[in-house]
Design a protein around this ligand. Structure first.
Ligand SMILES: [Zn+2]
Length: 159
């Protein structure tokens, strides 16, 4: 269940995704929030570098492993514009992070990209629960999903 007080974190994820789009990256953004509600770190997709593992959720998992205790990681929440891919879900679980809240599900994104004629990715699209069954996951968030869909449409229709 997503509380209204969590929406600002999700809006920030959409802002970060917009920033990624503006600098030529795929539009994904994520925010790491402590158990007491403090924003600890944030990032956006950086695959335009040529390294297609530079997903924000992966970066936040690594940041948390370097900077947080196991208890702090377990109490933290990762908010993200799009549900973790299998690589990021695995990283999230391996470092022992807590809950995930996403705006758009992987299934929604796959449907939108198929509509746009985007080729299937090299990694299967699976829900986080298939990869990391112990992680609590909330989403999608209908009031923000349209904005995320529009960012992906812009990314793939830009010339
Ligand atoms: Zn990922």
């Amino acid at each position: 269940m997503i509380e209204p007080s969590e929406l600002p974190y999700l809006r920030r994820c959409v802002e970060l995704a917009t920033r990624a789009l503006e600098v030529g990256d795929e539009p994904f953004g994520s925010v790491l929030v402590s158990g007491d509600g403090a924003v600890l770190a944030e990032d956006h997709n950086r695959v335009a570098s040529g390294d297609r593992t530079r997903h924000p959720e992966f970066a936040l998992a690594r940041w948390s492993a370097e900077h947080l205790t196991p208890a702090e990681r377990a109490a933290a929440t990762v908010y993200t514009s799009g549900e973790h891919c299998p690589m990021c879900a695995a990283a999230h679980a391996w470092v022992g992070l807590g809950r995930i809240v996403y705006v758009a599900s992987s299934a929604q994104l796959a449907g939108w990209l198929a509509e746009l004629g985007v080729p299937a990715p090299p990694v299967r699209t699976l829900p986080v629960g298939e990869i990391a069954p112990g992680v609590i996951v909330d989403g999608p968030v209908p009031e923000l999903a349209g904005e995320v869909r529009e960012l992906h449409r812009r990314f793939y229709t830009a010339v």
